[in-house]
Design a protein around this ligand. Structure first.
Ligand SMILES: Cc1ncc(C[n+]2csc(CCOP(=O)(O)OP(=O)(O)O)c2C)c(N)n1
Length: 558
């Protein structure tokens, strides 16, 4: 009861879970709360945690997953790790075998925190009933504080099944509630404009730059700095590349958005400012410039917390802390100079805009390809025009989803969910469940590789039971495409890369109580998508795509 009250005080509205006796009191607390807390029970614990994670990433309020002891916890570990890599504020509450029998081998007796420590901000056990409310409150505070991430708390059986008077944590209630539009403004998290002192040197680097680029990543959105970032980009007329949940901060078609010219932009820049995302494999490890005879670029890394600033590469400057304060500070530092007087406005920016237009032109033939079997790009040629500006698009898969990253350009931030740098397959159904709940009126589209489908498609049952209509588009090439072609390139042959050709994943969803259909021709895609959006039920459009097509990949992740 106190655990549920504490979770609610911190903004959690839904408990994602899969049943287990060790956590019954948490269900009882949710049912008897006033009003009751919504319980979404799923078919695999990873789905529960992925759903909690997507809730956090879409609403910018902490997500809550409740896992039963032992296998419930270990089944959640890949999803908790994903939240760790994505900096998603997630609280995982778990059951735990009783203290009074510890060491004598009671059912599912496992010391979870030892396993969870490397992938959480904190993992610990509460042993006292009276301490449960306070511990849950602390877990939420910590998860939502910069740099955000998952927090794990297990509660021993007798502590959870005991009864306690309300503690100070419950009575203090609303005061600690995380703020919408930037969960994590809580005390002790380095908020309040850290980074201000660093703005001067960064503004000075910008004043010397001729070919700058600004990269916006997921933490810009999670930190509630999306509007400030857009304002600064526009004030400074900076070419922008969007990454992860930074996509949509500049809407598709914005004159400064040059993601499609990314290779030229990062390859020929003289200054790259990367904000709100690690300088990892997705961003060339922070090494830019050097293309077409240009010198190496200077690199500035801006993060929401000091511990996130890259240490593996040479930085010309860095800043950390409140990202809104950073962007408004940077725009202020440049105020007064007319935007058109930026030296890059004459040449660099128009050149990148041209490169974007050329890239779009070069793709148009494949986006409307009449080839049979269907070219995967044709799916996106058909899907993109049907998407509303507030659609939530989720990608779970290999090559099929890589195309989506290129050809589905969000109109708003918070409308795109990929697995992030951990690259874990199986996020799909959990993310879709959360998206439907977080955005009840918006289109929710899950793009699913046929390989990826195997990890979570059973949770279409959860969509059905909880009446959560979602459109699932399966790019069904009958192979693990993203692994088959790299193995062929390395070894000249491939193994363990085949799936069933033409498998009826649509019938799986139909059997579970939803609906779906098979599409084998390019002309069949749009009508099927329209039927799916109109159906009002979980609906899988199973598009058989050409297995001979490999995504033209330029990074290996190594
Ligand atoms: C949990 C997990 N297991 C394995 C992998 C390795 N992996 C990355 S992409 C991929 C293939 C995905 O195949 P599919 O979803 O069918 O998409 P396709 O590449 O065929 O379009 C695999 C197996 C992973 N990223 N995550």
């Amino acid at each position: 009861m106190h655990a549920v009250a504490a979770a609610r005080q911190h903004g959690a509205e839904t408990m994602f879970t899969l049943s287990g006796g060790h956590v019954f009191p948490l269900y009882d607390g949710a049912v008897k709360a006033d009003p009751p807390m919504r319980i979404i029970d799923v078919r695999h614990e990873q789905t529960a945690v992925f759903a909690a994670e997507a809730t956090a990433r879409l609403t910018r309020m902490p997500g809550l997953a409740v896992l039963t002891a032992g296998p419930g916890v270990t089944n959640g570990i890949s999803a908790i790790t994903t939240a760790h890599f994505n900096g998603s504020p997630v609280v995982v509450l778990a059951g735990r075998a009783p203290d009074y029998r510890w060491g004598s081998g009671s059912l599912q007796e496992l010391d979870h925190p030892a396993l969870l420590r490397p992938i959480t901000k904190r993992a610990w056990t509460e042993h006292q009933t009276a301490g449960v409310g306070r511990a849950v409150s602390e877990a939420f505070r910590l998860a939502a504080a910069r740099h955000r991430g998952p927090v794990f708390l297990d509660i021993s059986l007798e502590a959870l099944f005991g009864t306690a008077e309300p503690g100070p944590a419950q009575q203090a209630a609303a005061g600690t509630q995380a703020a919408a539009g930037g969960a994590g403004r809580s005390e002790g998290d380095g908020g309040g404009g850290a980074g201000q002192a660093a703005i001067g040197p960064i503004a000075a680097l910008l004043a010397q730059a001729r070919r700058p680029v600004l990269v916006l990543g997921s933490d810009v959105w999670l930190d509630g700095a999306d509007e400030a970032a857009r304002g600064a980009a526009e004030e400074l007329m900076l070419p922008v590349i969007a990454n992860g949940q930074g996509r949509g901060i500049l809407p598709a078609g914005h004159e400064l958005l040059v993601t499609r010219a990314r290779s030229a932009a990062l390859g020929e820049a003289d200054l790259v400012i990367v904000a709100g995302t690690p300088l990892d494999f997705r961003l060339g490890y922070g090494e830019y410039g050097g293309k077409n005879g240009t010198p190496r670029a200077r690199v500035v890394h801006v993060a929401d917390a000091p511990g996130q600033v890259a240490t593996h590469c040479e930085l010309a400057a860095s800043a950390s802390g409140d990202l809104t304060a950073f962007f408004t500070g940077l725009a202020d530092a440049a105020a007064g100079t007319p935007a058109a007087a930026r030296p890059w406005a004459a040449d660099w920016l128009p050149g990148l805009q041209d490169a974007c237009r050329n890239a779009v032109r070069a793709d148009s033939a494949l986006l409307s390809s009449d080839a049979e079997p269907v070219h995967p790009m044709r799916v996106y040629g058909e899907l993109a025009p049907l998407l509303d500006s507030d659609a939530v698009v989720i990608g779970d898969g290999g090559d099929f989803v890589s195309y989506a990253g290129k050809y589905v350009e969000p109109q708003r931030p918070g409308g795109w969910l990929d697995p992030g740098p951990y690259g874990c397959l199986g996020t799909g159904l959990g993310y879709a469940i959360a998206a439907r709940i977080a955005r009840p009126a918006a289109q929710v589209v899950l793009l699913l590789g046929d390989g990826a489908a195997g990890f979570s498609l059973m949770d279409a049952d959860t969509l059905v039971r909880h009446k959560l209509p979602v459109v699932i588009v399966c790019g069904n090439n009958g192979i693990w495409g993203l692994e088959k072609y790299p193995m062929q390139a390395l070894y000249g042959y491939d193994v363990a890369a085949e799936l069933q050709p033409g498998c009826r994943y649509d019938e799986v969803v139909t059997a579970l109580g939803g609906a779906g259909e098979l599409v084998t021709t390019p002309g069949g895609i749009a009508p099927a998508l329209r039927r799916a959006f109109a159906s009002g039920v979980p609906y899988l459009v199973n598009v058989i795509t050409d297995p001979k097509i490999a995504y033209p990949r330029s990074t290996t992740g190594v």
